[in-house]
Design a protein around this ligand. Structure first.
Ligand code: NAD
Ligand code: UDX
Length: 466
């Protein structure tokens, strides 16, 4: 095995950027070049002020500031970076297909294939290719086919190294992961490649936390990990609806079951529904793969996690309509939060988008405040759904830089993201400036309902009869 001295990562997104920044920080002896075809994104990663990098993650700007220009580089020169690297991470997007066979279910691997063809075309020395993107099980076979048949005699080893970071805690997760998973071929060459990547991570991660498997187990484990995590949220959200009918309290139920060490306390927070770029996409992919093998029951079982999540988002929105006397037409409703979770500027698949869409159908006026999301992103998210013309979205939604302005003159407030700052607002001031009865729909169960009720608010939380 030879120690890797130069790494290239294709894809400077929410995974490629933070992951490579941390590898560069922890391995000053390795040159790490992150490339992307999106020029604006690379320019933002190179912004002299690291507060302006395109991904907001607590602690990330400091990591970038330390390593950038030393052994961490961001570039659009994809060919050069591929040619120079001994190890190439592919960290491009793998969205759900929006056309053709597998539309709405399977993963669109066109970006992966483009990377493979580009690597095959420009490589002049042997390389280790690392699947960092989340991929359907057996994608390594596709990569191998392209690399071996389009290439120019260069030898490639393919590893699977899925990323388990969660947004909002990416730096922490990368510094101290529960485990790192590396899958590869159990041949002499494959084992050498696995060991090269183990050696990179071993610069800061204890070896016993670096798991090695065959390549297929590694690919599949990533989809399964996300499916299990999302399943817990759908399970607790299913019970939240039952709590609302029975006067059981979902927070108490979650604590009661979560203290059983076999169940565990994490990922039992009832909510307006999970969002983010991964859970839905990866479960749909799992469902699609299962169906393609004729495993109907397996596919139906996992699909139910998505069905439950869609129900939870819709239920939250309809609850607002019902509580505002079955009409929100012309009524102003403030949204606190638009991101899919706190501490990120990412809005992909955020529950807020779908709740807003339903309320706009009911002709409500939505006033949005989010501490990290730009207004143009809010409109882009709604326009992407193509439910109505962009002009109608612009008409029905207004974005605010001040939460007190967003809440002023509204009939109701909906909490869509669990940003910590929402807990410390001057809720009396907000109440005084709202129409009465002033209503709060806490989609994250983060506010103190008793205190709000003492002020005069009518409060609805998830899984609790207030
Ligand atoms: P992203 O959309 O933020 O970033 C992907 C980047 O790849 C984009 O900037 C795009 O321009 C670039 N790209 C696409 N094709 C390219 C090409 N041929 N050449 C150069 N650049 C190209 O996506 P992301 O959130 O970073 O996710 C990347 C992968 O990691 C996905 O497979 C995802 O499922 C997986 N993943 C994501 C997370 C997460 O929390 N976001 C966590 C674990 C795994
Ligand atoms: C997820 C996985 O956690 C991570 O391991 C994987 O690498 C990428 O996908 P991410 O989507 O970034 O990470 O965030 P996560 O913390 O998992 O939250 C996903 C969604 O579930 C968010 O909308 C969050 O608010 C919601 N959630 C999470 C709940 O509603 N309840 C919970 O108890 C936990």
């Amino acid at each position: 095995m030879t120690s890797v001295k130069s790494i290239c990562c294709i894809g400077a997104g929410y995974v490629g950027g933070p992951t490579m920044a941390v590898i560069a920080k922890k391995c000053p002896h390795i040159k790490v070049t992150v490339v992307d075809m999106n020029e604006a994104r690379i320019a933002a990663w190179n912004d002299p002020d690291t507060e302006n990098i395109p991904v907001y993650e607590p602690g990330l700007s400091d990591v970038v500031a330390e390593a950038r220009g030393r052994n961490l580089f961001f570039s659009t020169e994809v060919d050069d970076a591929i040619r120079d690297a001994e190890m190439i991470f592919i960290s491009v997007n793998t969205p759900t297909k929006t056309y053709g066979s597998g539309k709405g279910m399977g993963a669109d691997l066109k970006y992966i294939e483009l990377c493979a063809r580009q690597i095959a075309r420009v490589s002049t020395t042997d390389k280790i290719i690392v699947e960092k993107s989340t991929l359907p099980v057996r994608t390594a076979e596709v990569l191998r086919d392209i690399l071996q048949n389009v290439g120019n005699g260069v030898k490639f080893q393919i590893l699977s190294n899925p990323e388990f970071l969660a947004e909002g805690t990416a730096v922490e997760d990368l510094f101290s992961p529960d485990r790192v998973l590396i899958g590869g071929d159990y041949t002499d060459e494959g084992l050498k490649a696995i060991e090269s990547l183990v050696e990179v991570y071993a610069n800061w991660i204890p070896r016993e936390r670096i798991l090695t498997t065959n390549v297929w187990s590694s690919e599949l484990s990533k989809l399964v990990a996300n499916a299990f995590l999302a399943q817990r949220i759908s399970s607790i959200n299913a019970i939240s609806e039952l709590c609302e009918k029975t006067e059981a309290d979902i927070n108490e139920v979650a604590r009661a079951i979560g203290t059983d060490s076999r169940i565990g306390s994490k990922f039992l927070k009832a909510s307006v529904g999970f969002g983010g770029s991964c859970f839905q996409k990866d479960i749909l992919n799992l469902v699609y793969i299962s169906r393609s093998f004729g495993l109907k029951e397996v596919a139906d079982y996992w699909e139910q996690v998505i069905i439950m999540n869609d129900h939870q988002k819709r239920r939250f929105a309809l609850n607002i309509v019902r509580n505002l006397y079955n009409t929100v037409s012309g009524k102003k409703i403030a949204f606190l939060g638009w991101a899919f979770k706190k501490d990120t500027n990412d809005t992909r698949e955020s529950a807020a988008i779908y709740v807003a869409d339903l309320l706009l159908n009911e002709q409500a006026v939505v006033k949005v405040y989010d501490p990290k999301v730009e207004p143009k992103q809010v409109y882009a998210d709604l326009d992407y759904l193509e439910t109505r013309q962009p002009a109608a979205n612009a008409n029905g939604v207004a974005c605010y830089e001040d939460p007190y302005e967003a809440c002023k003159d509204t009939h109701a407030i909906a909490v869509l993201t669990e940003w910590d700052e929402f807990k410390t607002y001057d809720w009396q001031r907000i109440y005084d400036n709202m129409l009465k009865p002033a209503k709060i729909f806490d989609g994250r169960n983060i506010l103190n309902a008793a205190e709000l009720k003492a002020i005069g608010f009518q409060v609805r939380s998830i899984g609790v009869t207030n």
